[in-house]
Design a protein around this ligand. Structure first.
Ligand SMILES: [Zn+2]
Ligand SMILES: [Zn+2]
Length: 287
């Protein structure tokens, strides 16, 4: 049983269409894959149509949240996508992402960086616009050598000169909403230093995770490329102590992360325990 529960498509900031993501998941030998685009389930219909035989698709999303003033990602699985308050909140996050990206482009212009909104919009296409799209426009215009170089305090890292914060859901509220919609909420990469675009890395503390558990958190993402062996060991112990499911996922963004789908997985036990907690939607499979 090999399940990668954290993968992005070009419905958010991945580089590949959902159908291609499903093909790559199958080629990587996965039995199950969760599509977890940022704040949208727009890629789900295409993924479902393109789903290869013998691959189970777990509908999901990675929600933009805030905890004690910092940004935090919450993976949500098998929730009812039509649950009104959750649908409304994700719409609000997406709408705000556009306003926020436009504001960052204006700040970049004030700083003398030759990047236009049209460029960013063309790169994002129909995807939920995010900083990776701005970073690619900056690299294309020669403002920075590579997109990764845009994520510094000089530019668009958290707190950077051209950074603008986006609307995000309070973490406890998000967990309650996902539960109310029948889904299973899992804290994404709690010890990753990548949050907020490589600049403002921070670790969610054991105490903070305990508080989120009391609110209804189902699991924590332990097996993630940006978490070291000691960090994983600590999280495994914490999951055991708090009764949380320890999940794993590659956080594949296509070419952006070197096509690493299937490089991190969730154990069969953890997968079954997690799915048993969700009632808002069903895993999808073609026999
Ligand atoms: Zn994330
Ligand atoms: Zn992700």
């Amino acid at each position: 049983m090999r399940a990668d529960l954290h993968v992005h498509s070009d419905a958010s900031d991945g580089t590949d269409a959902p159908a291609e993501v499903m093909r790559r998941a199958s080629r990587a030998g996965l039995d199950a894959v969760a599509l977890t685009d940022h704040d949208t389930v727009a890629g789900l219909a295409e993924a479902r149509r393109a789903l290869p035989d013998n691959l189970t698709l777990v509908p999901g999303m990675e929600l933009s949240c805030r905890l004690d003033g910092r940004s935090l990602h919450l993976l949500a699985y098998l929730f009812d996508p039509d649950y009104p308050e959750l649908a409304e909140q994700t719409r609000r996050i997406r709408d705000d992402r556009v306003l926020r990206a436009r504001a960052m482009v204006r700040r970049l212009a004030d700083l003398g960086a030759a990047v236009t909104w049209d460029q960013v919009a063309a790169i994002a296409g129909t995807a939920v616009v995010g900083r990776p799209h701005i970073a690619r426009a900056m690299a294309a215009s020669g403002v920075v050598p590579t997109p990764a170089d845009a994520f510094t305090s000089d530019w668009i890292a958290d707190g950077g000169r051209a950074y603008v914060a986006k609307y995000a859901l309070d973490s406890s509220r998000a967990i309650r909403l996902v539960r109310a919609a029948g889904g299973a909420p899992v804290l994404a990469h709690p010890r990753s230093a990548r949050e907020g675009g490589r600049g403002g890395g921070w670790a969610v503390s054991d105490d903070q995770i305990a508080v989120l558990t009391a609110v209804g958190l189902a699991g924590i993402e332990v097996f993630h490329p940006d978490q070291s062996a000691p960090q994983r060991a600590g999280l495994v112990g914490l999951a055991r102590d708090l009764g949380l499911v320890a999940t794993g996922g590659s956080d594949d963004h296509g070419a952006l992360t070197g096509h690493r789908i299937g490089s991190e997985t969730t154990s069969a036990d953890a997968y079954a325990t997690l799915l048993a907690q969700a009632t808002g939607a069903q895993p999808i499979r073609h026999e």
